[in-house]
Design a protein around this ligand. Structure first.
Ligand code: ADP
Length: 458
């Protein structure tokens, strides 16, 4: 429609120009007032046509630019089919293309920064000078309990109710440089965060906000606590046998060697305690090896018959079982094979059989069987002992956890046996579980993947 109008005006413009030229020629040849009138009229008509056409072009260009200004970078308009109009249209289209490209570039950069901030382990939070939240990455959302999409533009105090954190943010707004502090969230009952806050300054030096980095220290603190507990437990476990050895040797030196029976008795006690010390140190070293990062690269996996590993463990404990008249019944398919570190797998099964011998009554049988299901070899060691109260089961595989400490020590237990079984299984990509069947007794099941898969040690 607009194109038609433009054509109409151009035709009127051409007609006016022809009339104007004709009238001017006639006025030269035959001077007459009516010819002058025609001349003036056609000049007016020509001027009006030209101005209407120009105004129309400018209006359309203006409208298109207004749409671009409003963010419609993909806005288009019908091209104007005369030469000046086309040039104007092309100019506007060039501006439009420039804007559109600049916007796409800015959006790509923004997405890149966003994914970069989203992929770091540190929580990042940006606040304005009134402590309103500008942005936060997903780690900061998790650590501060911010609901995604709900906090932007809100005052931090509305989103977080942690007085120490809020007052630290206020302090950092007025500080001359970066500050950092460890803050226990949930008023001491939640995660411990290492909070680093750095004021953001404009070129004029005025503070325009704060950039906050958050690191979760909870896991680190928990690990430190575990290490401290472990050191305390080890010292405690070592002290008893060392004190015993020292005590009996001191007494022996004091009383002399006149009574051979007493000397032999004291030496036997010292030897028993020395053996206990050796077992304890060996268990601690084995556990330290199993828990070390990269331990999986130091084990040698071999494809073996499951029966060989089970029988090896049974043989090593044959005399202990015989001493308590406990038969060990093994039911393992000779064809069943798995990929394991032979020494470690034998150690895991040995620990389970040894516990059955220790805690089940004399003359009761121990049963061992193995089965393959879903690519996992499950080896079960069952006894007819007292079983384990379910309240102990969640902590049973922790280091130094014992149901009855005195009984375990009396039986020569270190409190590390089940923890070692668990770590050997995990190292192979498997696991261990315990159940107490209805008829009584305890049943441990240790699982190893059939293939030679070694777990990523964490
Ligand atoms: P320990 O050296 O004390 O035997 P473990 O880690 O091997 O340490 O076992 C932890 C605790 O689990 C033991 O102290 C014992 O109380 C309990 N336990 C383990 N195996 C059995 C079992 N077969 N029957 C009853 N209790 C068991």
């Amino acid at each position: 429609m607009q194109v038609d109008q433009a054509q109409w005006w151009r035709r009127a413009q051409v007609a006016a120009a022809v009339i104007f030229a004709g009238a001017a020629l006639a006025a030269l040849i035959v001077p007459a007032w009516w010819l002058v009138a025609i001349l003036v009229l056609s000049a007016l008509l020509f001027a009006r046509a030209t101005s209407r056409l120009a105004t129309g072009r400018i209006d359309r260009a203006y409208r298109l630019m207004a749409r671009i200004g409003a963010g419609e970078f993909a806005a288009t308009d019908d091209p104007i089919d005369d030469e000046p109009g086309l040039r104007l249209h092309r100019g506007v289209a060039r501006i439009q293309r420039g804007f559109s490209e600049a916007l796409a570039h800015a959006e790509a950069e923004r997405d890149e920064v966003r994914s970069l901030l989203g992929s770091v382990d540190t929580g990042l939070l940006s606040l304005d000078e009134h402590l309103r939240v500008r942005s936060a990455n997903s780690v900061a959302e998790r650590l501060l309990g911010l609901t995604p999409g709900s906090y932007r533009g809100r005052f931090l105090a509305e989103a977080i109710r942690e007085p120490e954190f809020l007052s630290f943010m206020e302090t950092s707004l007025t500080s001359s440089g970066a500050l950092s502090r460890e803050i226990a969230m949930g008023s001491g009952g939640g995660d411990t965060l290492l909070v680093a806050a750095d004021p953001i300054r404009a070129a004029s030096g005025q503070v325009t906000g704060v950039l906050v980095a958050l690191d979760d220290m909870t896991r680190l603190r928990r690990l430190e606590q575990l290490r401290t507990d472990f050191a305390a437990n080890v010292s405690h476990e070592l002290r008893t046998p060392i004190t015993n050895i020292k005590g009996y040797l001191d007494t022996l030196l004091e009383v002399g060697y006149d009574d051979p029976a007493q000397v032999s008795n004291f030496l036997e006690i010292a030897q028993r305690n020395a053996n206990r010390l050796c077992t304890l140190v060996e268990d601690i070293l084995l556990l330290a090896f199993l828990e070390r990062p990269g331990a999986e690269r130091q084990v040698s996996l071999r494809e073996l018959p499951v029966a060989d590993v089970v029988n090896d463990a049974v043989e090593q404990l044959a005399s202990a079982a015989a001493a308590k008249s406990m038969p060990i019944k093994v039911q393992v398919d000779a064809e069943l094979r798995f990929g394991v570190d032979a020494a470690l797998a034998t150690q895991a099964i040995l620990n389970l059989i040894s516990n059955a011998i220790k805690y089940a009554p004399a003359s009761t049988p121990i049963t061992i069987d193995a089965a393959l299901a879903d690519g996992i070899v499950r080896i079960r060691v069952g006894d007819e002992g007292p079983g384990i109260d379910p309240i102990h089961i969640p902590r049973l595989f922790e280091r130094f956890y014992r149901v009855e400490s005195a009984r375990s020590r009396e039986l020569g237990g270190t409190g590390l046996g089940l923890s070692i079984v668990k770590h050997i299984a995990i190292l192979h990509g498997g696991g261990v579980e315990v159940s107490c069947p209805e008829g009584g007794g305890t049943l441990f099941t240790v699982c190893f993947p059939r293939g030679s898969r070694v777990a990523n040690h964490s």
